[in-house]
Design a protein around this ligand. Structure first.
Ligand code: ADP
Length: 500
C-alpha cells in the first residue's frame, strides 16, 4: 500500500503548535514544520516541504568536525528500528542562512524524535521536537571561558610568586601611585616584617636617607619616560644595618604606553662593594707608598738637571731631561690613582681661590708644549675670565683633556683649545681631529676605569681614570662636563664652571 501521510488537520495542528516541530515521513522526507521551527531555522515551509531532511538541513561545511547530520540520522534510525522515542544530548547543528546562500547560522539544539504509529503498529510519521538552546549554550561557553581565564591567571600568579621567592633578589610590585602590592619572601626576611607591616612601614623607610632625594628625582624622570631605573643604593636590614644593593625599578606598560605597575628587583651587592673598596684601598696604599720615593727621585732629577744645564756632555743633559719628563708622567699617574682612592673616601678636597682661567689655560698649554711636539696647539685667547675654583685641580682637568686629545689623535693633527663666556658660565673646550667616540661610548667615558678597547687603543697606555676624576672635580665645582664626538672624525670635550 502506498504511504499515506497524516491528514491535513493533523498537519495543520502541528504547524500551529507552540513548539518547534519538524514532521517527517518514515523515509525521512519533510512533511511539514511548525511555525516556530521555521522561525528558528529561518526557513520557509514551501522550500523545505517534500525534501529529504538532510537535503534541507545539511552540515555546515565550514565546520569540518560537524556531526549534526550523523547524530540526527543515528537517532532517527534508532526510532525507525525501535519505534520508540529517542532523546539526544545538546548539539551544534547549524542552519543554512536563507539570506546569504552558502552561509550558515550557528545553532545549538536539544532534540528528541517521537514516532507516531499506525493502528497496525507501523511508523506513520516522526515528530522531531527541537528546542533552540543557542543562547543558553553560548552564555555558558562564555562563562566557562571566563572561569578558565581566571584559573590561568591564578596559575600564572602562583607561578610568578614561586619564581619571585626562589630568585636570589628581593622582588616587589608597586602601583603607579607607589602603593606596594607585593614583597617576595626575601624582602620580608631582610626587613624582618610581614607583608602588611612592611607595606605600612614603608619601603622608603628602609632606604638610606642620603639616597632618597636622588632616587625620587630619577624615578620621576624614569616614570615620565616609561623606562627602567637602575641605581646603587643602601637598604636597612633587620638589625638596622645598611647594605648596598643594585635596585632596578622596571615599569610595566599597557598598550597605550601608560605605566600600570612597577616591578622592583633589588640585589645585595654589599660583598662586591666591599671587594671594590679593598681594591681601591690597595691602589691608594700602593700609590701613597710610591709617592715618597718618587718625590725624592723628582727632586734628584731636578737638581741633576740644573747641574747638567751647563755640562759639556750633551748626551747626559738630554738623558736627564728625558728622565725628568718620565718622572713627571709617572707622578701624574700616581697622583691620579691617589685621587681616585681619595674620591672613594670622599677626601678629595677642593681648595677654591680666585684666578684667571685664561692664564691657567695658557700655562697648561705651554707646559704641555715642552713635552709634546707631535701636535699643533691652537688657542684662541679669550678675555680674562676670573673664576673661583681649585687652580691645581682645574689645571689637571685641562691637562687631562689636552693629553687625551694628543693620545687619541694622529701625529701632526691640530688641537684646538677655546675659552668662552656663555651665559653665566666660563666654558672651555678641547677639540681634536682624532679617532672620536662611538655613541655607546660617549655616555660611558666618564665612568671609573672605562676605556674604549679597539685595535687603535691597544698600544696606548691608559687606565680610564682621567675623565672620571675630571668629571668629579668639575661636579664638585657645580660645573658640567660633556663631550661631542663622531667616530673617525674627532671629539670636542667641554667643561663649564659657574662664574659666581
Ligand atoms: P685614559 O685615557 O687613561 O684611559 P680617560 O678617563 O682620560 O682615561 O679616558 C677614558 C677613555 O675615553 C679612554 O680610554 C679613551 O678610550 C676615551 N677617550 C678619552 N679622550 C678621548 C679623545 N679625545 N678621543 C677619543 N677617545 C677618547
Amino acid at each position: 500500500m502506498p504511504y499515506q501521510p497524516p491528514n491535513a488537520d493533523i498537519l495543520k495542528t502541528l504547524e500551529t503548535a507552540p513548539n518547534m516541530y519538524l514532521v517527517l515521513s518514515p523515509g525521512l522526507y519533510i512533511l511539514t514544520a511548525s511555525d516556530l521551527y521555521l522561525e528558528a531555522t529561518q526557513s520557509r515551509r514551501e522550500v523545505i516541504a517534500g525534501k529529504h531532511i538532510f537535503e534541507a538541513f545539511p552540515d555546515n561545511p565550514e565546520l569540518p568536525d560537524a556531526d549534526g547530520v550523523q547524530n540526527i540520522n543515528a537517532s532517527l534510525q534508532e526510532v525507525l528500528r525501535t519505534k520508540k522515542p529517542h532523546y539526544m544530548r545538546i548539539q551544534r547543528y547549524d542552519v543554512p542562512d536563507m539570506e546569504h546562500p552558502g552561509k550558515f547560522i550557528q545553532r545549538y539544539w536539544d532534540p528528541m524524535h517521537h514516532p507516531v504509529l499506525t493502528p497496525d503498529g507501523d511508523i506513520h510519521y516522526i515528530i522531531q521536537l527541537a528546542t533552540n538552546v543557542t543562547e543558553r549554550v553560548l552564555a555558558e561557553e562564555a562563562f566557562a571561558k571566563q572561569i578558565i581565564a581566571h584559573q590561568k591567571l591564578e596559575v600564572s600568579e602562583k607561578y610568578f610568586r614561586h619564581l619571585a621567592d626562589i630568585v636570589p633578589a628581593k622582588i616587589s610590585n608597586a602601583l603607579p601611585s607607589g602603593e606596594v602590592t607585593f614583597f617576595n619572601q626575601r624582602w620580608l626576611d631582610y626587613a624582618g616584617m610581614n607583608f602588611e607591616d612592611l607595606r605600612d612601614f614603608g619601603y622608603h623607610q628602609m632606604m638610606h636617607p642620603d639616597e632618597i632625594p636622588v632616587f625620587q628625582e630619577k624615578l620621576a624622570e624614569a616614570a615620565a619616560k616609561g623606562v627602567a631605573l637602575e641605581s646603587e643604593m643602601r637598604f636597612k636590614d633587620i638589625n638596622g644595618k645598611y647594605r648596598w644593593h643594585l635596585n632596578i625599578a622596571s615599569p610595566i606598560l599597557n598598550d597605550d604606553g601608560e605605566i600600570i605597575m612597577w616591578v622592583g628587583s633589588t640585589t645585595d651587592i654589599q660583598r662586591i662593594k666591599e671587594e671594590d673598596q679593598r681594591k681601591s684601598d690597595f691602589i691608594g696604599m700602593v700609590s701613597h707608598e710610591l709617592k715618597t720615593p718618587l718625590t725624592f727621585l723628582t727632586a734628584i732629577v731636578q737638581v741633576a738637571n740644573k747641574k747638567l744645564e751647563k755640562s759639556e756632555d750633551s748626551f747626559l743633559a738630554g738623558a736627564m731631561e728625558k728622565a725628568g719628563v718620565q718622572v713627571k708622567r709617572m707622578s701624574n699617574m700616581i697622583n691620579g690613582f691617589l685621587n681616585v682612592s681619595r674620591l672613594e673616601f670622599s677626601k678629595l678636597i677642593i681648595d677654591k681661590h680666585e684666578f684667571n682661567l685664561e692664564n691657567l689655560i695658557e700655562e697648561t698649554i705651554k707646559e704641555t708644549e715642552l713635552t709634546i711636539a707631535s701636535h699643533i696647539f691652537k688657542f684662541e685667547p679669550c678675555n680674562p675670565v676670573m673664576v673661583r675654583a681649585d687652580y691645581d685641580k682645574i689645571g689637571s682637568v685641562i691637562t687631562n683633556l689636552i693629553s687625551n686629545a694628543v693620545k687619541y689623535s694622529p701625529k701632526g693633527k691640530m688641537i684646538d683649545i677655546k675659552c668662552e663666556i656663555i651665559g653665566n658660565c666660563a666654558q672651555v673646550s678641547v677639540r681634536d681631529e682624532g679617532m672620536g667616540l662611538k655613541p655607546q661610548d660617549i655616555e660611558k667615558v666618564f665612568e671609573r676605569y672605562y676605556r674604549v678597547e679597539t685595535h687603535h687603543t691597544q698600544h696606548i697606555s691608559s687606565f680610564g681614570i682621567g675623565l672620571y676624576l675630571s668629571a668629579e672635580i668639575i661636579h664638585r665645582h657645580n660645573g658640567k662636563i660633556w663631550v661631542e664626538s663622531e667616530s673617525g672624525v674627532g671629539s670636542t670635550f667641554y667643561f663649564s664652571l659657574p662664574l659666581n
